[in-house]
Design a protein around this ligand. Structure first.
Ligand SMILES: Cc1cc2nc3c(=O)[nH]c(=O)nc-3n(C[C@H](O)[C@H](O)[C@H](O)COP(=O)(O)OP(=O)(O)OC[C@H]3O[C@@H](n4cnc5c(N)ncnc54)[C@H](O)[C@@H]3O)c2cc1C
Length: 315
């Protein structure tokens, strides 16, 4: 699906999609359109669907699409080696990890802290395989090649444990998701460009939570450990969380959000958005359970309320 089609009255009339086998475009008429791609796909589809009534895209009559995009903090501040232990971390999976919930933003007392938000802290995920996990060994110093490194890898690969954090990174009103002015996709549409630079608050959350991780690791009594005091610069070649949210946020007021709480777009009420693009903030937890619940809520509301009185904003 490449765009939502719009009528002279500003409402959606359906969508255009491309048959990938033939390259032909087709129009699918529809009374209601639900955008249910991933966060960024939804934002992009809103932006590229334009008409005289929506010169900057659907939901964007007040310039809100692309704002309040959020990432998360993801890093392992400390790793310990436990001589003589064997953790079998090639086994296990994400759902078996132990999570400490005591440092979420709404749990910590911020009275003497100079940041907002917080983080979860958890044990290593498991599913460890040699190639991508080798770089996490804490005992190789700056040298990750050669005889000493191979020896360390052989001796310690089954014996090291990182403590990892998934932290909150607050939303800011600047447009972080925008049309890329230089590159276009296979359908001639501008790619979506995401600009993210860690705000000061992220650095402070990290320092505070990393310190808790260091204390926990020391209590665990490793034979060796490392500790990273400052958050790493953001990059896209290492895993840095795939929980990108916002960009088409829900809210109570059309002046500072894109949709209402049902994902119904304020300025185009027969278009709905699902998924994490709706989230006004990005807490330290995983996003998918909540967005699935919200999608059910939107479905129920379309069936039970919207279809009885189409094109009205629900409340
Ligand atoms: C590596 C990884 C690990 C993750 N781990 C976790 C986790 O542990 N816990 C957690 O809660 N979340 C996790 N997430 C996030 C989770 O995957 C998303 O929150 C969730 O999938 C979002 O659901 P969705 O239905 O909004 O979008 P999606 O699941 O992305 O579904 C969107 C669908 O729309 C399709 N689509 C997109 N654009 C178009 C288009 N233009 N036309 C037609 N179809 C389109 C896509 O192909 C896709 O099938 C992870 C994500 C990744 C990438």
């Amino acid at each position: 699906m490449v765009r939502v089609n719009l009528g002279a009255d500003g409402l959606a009339t359906g969508v255009t999609y491309v048959d990938l086998m033939t390259g032909e475009e087709h129009e699918q008429p529809a009374d209601v359109v639900i955008l249910s791609g991933y966060t960024m796909s939804n934002v992009k589809l809103l932006m590229v669907s334009r008409s005289d009534a929506h010169p900057d895209g659907i939901g964007n009559d007040r310039g809100q699409v692309g704002r309040n995009a959020t990432h998360q903090i993801w890093q392992s501040p400390t790793t310990g080696v436990f001589e003589g232990e064997r953790f079998n971390l090639f086994a296990g999976n994400t759902s078996t990890i132990k999570v400490i919930h005591d440092f979420y933003g709404h749990v910590i007392d911020h009275a003497d802290l100079d940041f907002i938000g917080g983080s979860s802290i958890f044990s290593t995920i498991g599913e460890r395989e040699p190639v991508t996990s080798a770089g996490d060994l804490p005992i190789t110093g700056d040298q990750n090649w050669g005889r000493a490194w191979k020896e360390a890898l052989r001796n310690h690969w089954g014996r090291f444990v990182p403590i990892t954090i998934q932290g909150e990174s607050p939303a800011y009103a600047q447009p972080d998701l925008e049309h890329d002015p230089y590159t276009r996709d296979a359908y001639g549409q501008p790619l979506l460009r995401y600009t993210f630079q860690r705000p000061d608050n992220d650095l402070k959350v990290y320092r505070f939570i990393a310190e808790q991780c260091r204390r926990i690791m020391e209590e665990m009594g490793p034979s060796e450990m490392d500790f990273t005091e400052e958050i790493e610069t953001y990059n896209i070649h290492e895993y840095k969380s795939t929980h990108i949210q916002g960009g088409a946020i829900m809210g109570a007021d059309a002046g500072d959000s894109v949709t209402n709480s049902y994902g119904q777009v304020w300025d185009t009420p027969n278009v709905f958005v699902t998924g994490a693009a709706l989230y006004p903030q990005n807490p330290a937890a995983n996003p998918t359970g909540t967005l699935a619940a919200l999608a059910y809520r939107t479905g129920d509301a379309i069936r039970d309320t919207y279809l009885r009185d189409p094109e009205r904003i629900m409340s």
